[in-house]
Ligand binder design. Structure first.
Ligand code: ATP
Ligand code: NMN
Length: 168
């Protein structure tokens, strides 16, 4: 049984993430998805709660041909202990998929094999670019799976982001 681990903040979950997970699904028997910085929400760079991000991922991956688990993971103050913290919160996995240099470093030091998936049209599919479009009132819906559009509409996510970005 090979289980892969993929972690991100998913603020929001977008088509770049979806394309990576669809690729990982071909290699792994099961996928564990970590929703990172789970304790942070309602900020301009992290507008959505862990629960809202779980909803975005779970609904978008309904048709994925591979069993998956979505686990919120809070940050901790010690990078040196983070890989062990993640392992304590997740089903066992034997491979990590990430392009984040710190994540790669910490799991490599912990003796776990890390693979970096190719980026999928990175300038377009980026959380930062999508949040900026939401703030500017530009179209963003084509950059995320349809289920994410539904979740963000349901929680009035764009209005939230625009409000918290205002100065007093
Ligand atoms: N377009 C993409 N194609 C493939 N992988 C991506 C893409 N965008 C992000 N990733 C990867 O997905 C993982 C989670 O990324 P994250 O949730 O931070 O998204 P992001 O688009 O980089 O967001 P932000 O701009 O807010 O940092 C990281 O390993 C990141 O490198
Ligand atoms: N010390 C820690 O808590 C620690 C260390 C490395 C990564 N992380 C988290 O892992 C996630 C990595 O995701 P991104 O690739 O989206 O940045 C982030 O939520 C980040 O905060 C946390």
């Amino acid at each position: 049984m090979s289980r892969g681990f993929y972690v991100g903040r998913f603020q929001p979950y977008h088509n770049g993430h979806q394309s990576v997970l669809e690729r990982i699904a071909c290699f792994a028997d099961e996928i564990v998805i970590g929703v990172g910085s789970a304790q942070i929400s309602h900020t301009v760079t992290n507008p959505f709660t862990a629960g809202e991000r779980v909803l975005m991922l779970t609904r978008s991956l309904e048709d994925l041909d591979c069993p998956f688990y979505v686990i919120p993971i809070e940050d901790i103050q010690r990078n040196a202990l983070w890989a062990a913290h993640v392992r304590a919160m997740t089903p066992p996995f034997d491979r990590v998929y990430s392009s984040n240099p710190l994540v790669i470093q910490l799991f490599t030091e912990a003796g776990i094999t890390v693979q970096s998936p190719d980026m999928h049209e990175r300038p377009i599919y980026s959380g930062t670019a999508i949040r900026q479009r939401m703030l500017d009132g530009e179209p963003w819906e084509h950059l995320v799976p349809p289920a994410v559009v539904d979740v963000i509409r349901e929680i009035h996510g764009v209005e939230r982001l625009q409000r918290i970005a205002k100065s007093d």
